[in-house]
Ligand binder design. Sequence first.
Ligand SMILES: *Cc1c(COP(=O)(O)O)cnc(C)c1O
Length: 381
Amino acid sequence: MIPLAVPNLAGREAEYLQECITSTYVSTVGPFVGRLEEQVAAAAGTTGAVAVSTGTAGLHLALRVVGVGHGDLVAMPALTFIASANAVAYCGAAPWLFDVTPDALTMDPEQVADAFERDLEPGPDGPVHRPTGRRVAAVLPVHTLGHPADLDPLAATAHRHAIPVVADAAAALGARYRGRAIGQAGAAISVFSFNGNKTVTAGGGGALVSDDAALLARARHLSTTARVGSDYDHDEVGFNYRMTNVQAAVGCAQMEQLDTFVATKRRIQATYTERFSDLADVRPIPQASWADSACWFAGFSLEGWDADQVAALRAGLRDDGIDARPFWKPMHLQRPYADAPAEPLPVTEDVWQRLITLPCSTGITDDELGRVIAAVRGRLT
Ligand SMILES: *Cc1c(COP(=O)(O)O)cnc(C)c1O
């Protein structure tokens, strides 16, 4: 089976891991954590970064430090990986679900602007969602599969209502938005993931980036059990969310390869798009003109197909030894979030079952890429 996305450890990962062992710095103290934070901030175009144990933990902290708390709502797209919604739930808040646009598969700025106009009224601690009486405490756009969300209009709407913006940038390291580095797209905090299947991995891990040193300091404090000094004194309920030096060692070696990894991801997507351009029903994963996607996952959608037909194609490709996978099942169809307030979701409902993802590891060989292309063409012509 040609896998969907596996780590590419062709750099200095082993050397840096050996340094951890030799130095005995295998835990949350050690030089690689700080070095990774510098690399990530530089790549994201921000003044600072905080490394954490997972992307999900990073999202939880980011939402906490911008003020999301018990009973609040967080406006976010229905089409995302469930970790985005879980981070909201960990704060005691609930998602308010929005659709995505067909040109980017990211949060629909017009729908957000219209719904905020229609449903928000001023409350004592910020705008309140009239239908539920809950405060709307953050907007959480997602850079879907590494494609930036359209943050200029989303942030303008959020700022009009004095609501902070946190970006789920889990797979978007290396992406650019309207020519800007992804950490400058318009969110107060952006959060990356270094999970094993992401373009850049640390085995597991995450990072928050921001230009706001106070927000990052607060996130760092909460990530280290809210410890004050070294005498077991803690000033609030914190978390054990720090990244280890072992994770960061892998992450540092991976970050040295970020540019080539992202270039390879883009080339894989471009190759599929090119080689399937004559297939009548195949539509590439959309790329908006204002975005340079990091192209985390490659794939395509099948125009006019129903869910059963797409599932049958996926099963056929798997028989051919190609690890073709479905796309995220949206949040309103997930049991924990079935009752969350939601706007109409026609694009999400239409697209999620028609999209399949294809092998796109940065270490994929030309031979493997050729086999994926031959298998897809064999089943569609
Ligand atoms: C990978 C991913 C996450 C979760 O990151 P972890 O490091 O696995 O916790 C969150 N959101 C999105 C959109 C992702 O793709």
